[in-house]
Design a protein around this ligand. Structure first.
Ligand SMILES: C[S@@+](CC[C@H](N)C(=O)[O-])C[C@H]1O[C@@H](n2cnc3c(N)ncnc32)[C@H](O)[C@@H]1O
Length: 373
C-alpha cells in the first residue's frame, strides 16, 4: 500500500487510521479530536460517544451517510441453514424439517442451503435435528469463502488426495462446510491457537459427522514456517481473527464493547503474520481464500495488498461464485474491494475482492481469493 502522494509506506508505518480525521464526524479534514473534546467541554457540550466514532469511521469507509450506516448496523441478517449431507440424504432431512413446519427458501448458490423464514437461530438451535447434526446454522456471508474453492469441480478420485488447511478454524462453521463439500474425503487440518476453542471445534466436528479432519492447536502464524508444512496444501482458508465489525448490531446495548481502533490496529498486525504463514503452506498452483467479518480496509485490502507486493506469484482472482448465474439475484449486495481510504491507497488488484455491507441478507464480510502461480 502506498500513501496517495506516491511515497511507499512500510508495513510498520501503516496505521489503521488511528488519526482523528475520520473519528470526528468532519470527514476529510485533519481534525484533532482531543482539541474538539476540550472546546466542547468548556462550552458544556457533550463528548462524542463510541457509537458516534464508530458511525463516522464506517461512513468514511463505506462512503455512506452516517444515518444509512446506522440503519445497516441495526439490520439483522436472515437465518440460514445448511442441511448436512454427512448426516444422511439431504432430501430426506429436508422432508423431516418440513414436517416440523420449517418454512424453507432455497439458496441457489450454496448446496442444500435454505433461509428459514419462520424460526430464529435460538429456536433452531434447540431442535433435536440440530443436536443430531442434521443441519448447521450459518450466515449467508460465511458460506462464501469455502464455496470459492470450487471443490465440486474435483472428481471423487482426485478428492481423496486433496489437502486443505483451515488455519484459524474454531468454532468450525467453515471446516464442517468444507468437509461436507468434500463428502468427508481428502484431508483437512483445522487449526486454532486457543485450546478451549479447539476443544469446541472438536465437539462441533463430532456433532456434524466430520471424519476427514484433524484438529491442531498452534499459533497459525508459525504453521507455514515449519518445513513439514511448506507448500503442502492444495487449498488454504484463512478466516482471520478480526475486529468483528460485521457482527455489530447497534440495537444491542454494549454492542461496541469489544470494538476499538486499537483492536483494529492489533488485528491488522496479526493478520499479516497469518497470511504470510498461510501463503508458505500453500502449494504452487493452489488457492488461498482470505476472509474477515469486518469492513476495515486495514484488515482487508491492506492485507491483500501486503501479500501481493511481497510475493510476485500471488495473483488475486475474481470470485467465481459471485459472478455465477446462480448468484445473480444476490449480486446487488456485493461491493468491490476499495483502492483508497483515508490517506492510503492499495493495488487496483484488490478491486477483485468483495465486500458485503450488513443487510437483511448478509452480515458484514470481506472475501479475497488468491492463486499461487
Ligand atoms: C473468525 S474466527 C474463525 C471462525 C471459523 N473459521 C468458523 O467459520 O467457524 C477466528 C479464530 O482464529 C483464532 N485465532 C486467533 N489468533 C490465532 C492465531 N494466531 N493462530 C491460530 N488461530 C488464531 C481464534 O481463536 C478464533 O477461533
Amino acid at each position: 500500500m502506498r500513501k496517495k502522494r506516491g511515497r511507499p509506506v512500510s508495513r510498520r508505518q501503516f496505521k489503521s487510521t488511528s488519526d482523528n480525521s475520520d473519528q470526528s464526524g468532519y470527514q476529510g479534514k485533519n481534525f484533532n479530536i482531543k482539541k474538539l473534546k476540550k472546546i466542547k467541554k468548556s462550552k458544556g457540550e457533550k463528548f462524542y460517544t463510541k457509537e458516534d466514532i464508530f458511525l463516522s469511521r464506517l461512513a468514511s469507509i463505506l462512503k455512506l451517510p452516517t444515518g444509512r450506516v446506522k440503519q445497516a448496523f441495526t439490520e439483522r441478517a436472515v437465518t440460514a441453514i445448511r442441511i448436512n449431507n454427512l448426516a444422511g440424504d439431504p432430501e430426506s432431512i429436508k422432508k423431516l424439517l418440513l414436517k416440523k413446519r420449517l418454512k424453507l427458501k432455497e439458496i441457489p448458490w450454496s448446496p442444500n442451503t435454505y433461509i428459514v423464514e419462520n424460526k430464529d437461530k435460538s429456536e433452531l438451535g434447540e431442535m433435536h435435528a440440530y443436536e443430531k447434526g442434521l443441519f448447521y446454522i450459518q450466515n449467508l456471508s460465511s458460506l462464501i469463502p469455502a464455496l470459492e474453492f470450487r471443490l465440486e469441480r474435483i472428481s471423487d478420485k482426485s478428492m481423496q488426495k486433496v489437502k486443505v488447511l483451515d488455519l484459524t478454524a474454531s468454532p468450525g462453521s467453515k471446516t464442517s462446510q468444507l468437509a461436507a463439500l468434500m463428502d468427508n474425503q481428502g484431508k483437512i487440518i483445522a487449526n486454532d491457537v486457543d485450546p478451549h476453542r479447539a476443544q469446541k471445534l472438536k465437539e462441533v466436528l463430532d456433532q456434524f459427522h466430520v471424519k476427514n479432519t484433524k484438529v491442531t492447536v498452534q499459533d497459525g502464524s508459525k504453521v507455514g514456517i515449519k518445513s513439514e508444512n511448506r507448500e503442502k496444501f492444495d487449498f488454504v482458508l484463512l478466516d482471520a481473527p478480526c475486529s468483528g465489525e460485521g457482527m455489530i448490531y447497534l440495537t444491542h446495548s454494549g454492542s461496541l464493547r469489544f470494538w476499538s481502533i486499537r483492536k483494529v490496529k492489533a488485528m491488522s498486525k496479526i493478520q499479516r503474520k497469518l497470511i504470510e504463514s498461510a501463503w508458505l503452506a500453500l502449494k504452487t498452483g493452489g488457492t488461498l481464500v482470505y476472509s474477515t467479518c469486518t469492513l476495515e480496509p486495514g484488515e482487508n485490502e491492506a492485507i491483500i495488498d501486503f501479500l501481493i507486493k511481497k510475493h510476485s506469484n500471488a495473483q488475486v482472482k475474481k470470485l467465481d461464485l459471485v459472478n455465477s448465474e446462480e448468484f445473480k439475484d444476490f449480486r446487488k449486495f456485493v461491493k468491490p474491494g476499495i483502492t483508497e481510504w483515508n490517506q492510503y491507497s492499495f493495488s487496483p488488484e484488490v478491486k477483485k475482492c468483495i465486500r458485503l455491507v450488513p443487510s437483511a441478507e448478509f452480515m458484514g464480510f470481506f472475501v479475497a481469493k488468491i492463486y499461487k502461480g
